[in-house]
Design a protein around this ligand. Structure first.
Ligand SMILES: NC(=O)C1=CN([C@@H]2O[C@H](COP(=O)(O)OP(=O)(O)OC[C@H]3O[C@@H](n4cnc5c(N)ncnc54)[C@H](O)[C@@H]3O)[C@@H](O)[C@H]2O)[C@@H](O)CC1
Ligand SMILES: Nc1ncnc2c1ncn2[C@@H]1O[C@H](COP(=O)(O)OP(=O)(O)O)[C@@H](O)[C@H]1O
Ligand SMILES: [K+]
Length: 482
């Protein structure tokens, strides 16, 4: 599945029109499917439709007609000046004898549901004046709001804060990166030809269908030396400090993702845990001889982090570089050696590597991940909500994950999990997408069960369950498809 920018969606619509596809049909399906979502969420509750004069307003006018035909009470306020398909949608509604009043008169009452059909992908710049005031009034109403295609105002502020949003044709960037404003998300198929939706120049939204075939198969004859062994290099002891947890969590992540054996290379005096690992205490950052197929380096390494990463180069193995191993010098050394390496920065670490601010990275994570992949020539996992994976000109946005994952150590678990998939033989881009998806899904499953207050080791423990759901094709979509 692809992630559209508003412009890319418009291009797809235009290409359908150039082929002779009647765009009025797209609008009819959009309005009809949105009416279906409305009924599923709000039943018989009467609707107040607020329609702009563009095609987003047109979708709202179609929805109004379908609700009316189903006997649901509808009041419609519309801006003047419809053209093209939106004008036809208005005429069809008027033919049913519905009164359409000026948008300036818009008002509502307790028990009604607001339908936001003001602006969709055609919005240019932030809403101001009357429209900004209307959106603020809608948000203050405390009534449920169903947004058509996009909550009006997005990607800027002010914006409608919707109870639910029905995306038409494809998901657009704000649906995943400004999720909070969208409420419950639904994707409505509106009849666009499939090849127009599969534009390989656009970022991917990672789905079950794309990731399931990547899962490493475990043959009946598997043994611990045949399914991928991982070396974890991390931890720090000095200046009265002991960073002990991070490499242990990475080891748990690797084991729970199916690694056959984990070797832990740690500073001397580090507690030997988990019991299942093989320990290599070292007095200084160095690489003892290890029989492994992939490495995870840097977690909890403090001032040792970069030295671990440079020592680990000697192994010539696929490597996950995390936390304190994330420096431009390290990345450049891996690129020069031509080693498959996966960098796993959060926004702060990515900002440090790019010489910018965490706010700038968080403001455009797709561009930041792409730029970092270009700058380093390596695979980048930019962790966040959502996480973006970038390699060369390929971008993948991960739809799983929960704010309950915002707790210490969950990133370490992820690094170990990705290393296990590298050790099992997956190329870096595939190991990263699959690892991120399953890690997010583990968070979703746990949050559903326990709510906020997860511990990172519990996320590792939930990885086998996430993996099994993917194997069995039973991953719940993070959005409804209608
Ligand atoms: N074939 C198509 O193009 C289809 C479009 N669809 C719908 O059409 C939408 C896009 O329609 P449009 O391209 O007509 O655009 P919109 O309806 O999103 O908005 C365009 C209108 O907003 C005004 N506007 C833009 N920026 C403004 C601002 N800052 N302040 C005040 N007014 C502003 C423009 O002058 C124009 O009147 C999609 O989001 C979707 O809902 C669907 O009906 C499916 C088919
Ligand atoms: N609000 C959120 N929604 C979804 N996932 C989140 C959210 N906050 C954090 N995460 C995930 O949790 C992990 C945190 O990693 P990181 O910041 O490196 O933590 P640590 O260094 O403590 O291990 C990442 O995988 C990130 O994507
Ligand atoms: K809208």
């Amino acid at each position: 599945m692809r992630l559209f920018t508003p412009e890319a969606m418009r291009r797809a619509d235009e290409r359908a029109a150039e082929r002779g596809y009647p765009t009025l049909l797209l609008m009819e399906w959009a309005g009809m499917k949105a009416a279906r979502v409305y009924r599923a969420l709000f039943g018989e509750a009467p609707a107040v439709v607020l329609a702009g004069k563009g095609n987003n307003g047109g979708d709202g006018l179609v929805l109004a007609r379908h609700l009316l035909l189903e006997g649901v009470g509808v009041r419609v306020y519309a801006e003047e000046g419809q053209k093209g398909d939106a004008l036809l949608a208005l005429k069809a509604l008027l033919a049913h004898g519905v009164e359409v009043r000026p948008l300036e008169e818009a008002s509502w009452a307790e028990g009604e549901v607001l339908v936001d059909a003001l602006f969709g992908t055609g919005l240019k710049g932030p809403l101001m004046g009357f429209y900004a005031g209307l959106v603020e009034r809608m948000n203050a109403s405390r009534l449920p709001i169903l947004a058509l295609d996009l909550p009006s105002g997005l990607p800027h502020a002010p914006q409608v804060r919707a109870t639910a949003t029905v995306a038409f044709g494809g998901l657009k960037t704000p649906h995943l990166f400004q999720r909070e404003a969208c409420g419950r998300l639904f994707l409505a198929e509106i009849g666009l030809p499939k090849d127009l939706l599969e534009d390989s120049t656009l970022p991917e939204v990672a789905t079950l269908e794309a990731l399931r075939p990547l899962l490493p198969r475990r043959p009946l004859t598997a043994h611990k030396g045949s399914v991928g062994r991982v070396g974890v290099l991390g931890g720090y002891r000095g200046e009265g400090l002991l960073y002990a947890g991070a490499p242990l969590l990475a080891a748990l992540g690797a084991y729970r993702m199916g690694a056959g054996l984990v070797h832990l290379v740690l500073p001397e005096g580090h507690p030997p845990s988990p019991l299942e690992a093989v320990f290599h205490p070292v007095p200084a950052p160095s690489l003892p001889p290890l029989k492994v197929e992939a490495l995870a380096v840097g977690m909890g390494g403090g001032p040792w982090g970069a030295a671990w990463a440079l020592a680990a180069l000697e192994a010539g193995l696929p490597t996950v570089l995390d936390a304190d191993a994330l420096t431009l010098e390290v990345a450049e050394a891996y690129r020069r050696r031509g080693l498959p390496a996966v960098l796993t920065p959060h926004a702060g670490e990515a900002a440090r590597l790019l010489g910018t601010t965490p706010e700038a990275v968080a403001g455009d994570p797709l561009e930041a991940a792409r730029a970092l992949a270009e700058r380093t020539g390596l695979t980048v996992v930019l962790k966040g909500a959502p996480t973006v994976v970038a390699e060369g000109d390929r971008l993948s946005v991960n739809p799983t994950g929960h704010p309950a994952l915002a707790t210490g150590g969950t990133g370490d678990v992820l690094s170990g999990a990705i290393a296990a998939l590298l050790a099992a033989g997956l190329p870096p881009f595939e190991a990263a997408r699959l690892g991120v998806f399953l890690h997010g899904l583990a968070g979703d499953l746990l949050a559903e069960e326990k709510g906020i207050g997860l511990l990172a080791h519990e996320v590792a423990e939930a990885l086998p369950r996430a993996r099994r759901l993917l194997e069995e094709g039973r991953v719940p979509m993070p959005f409804g498809v209608v």
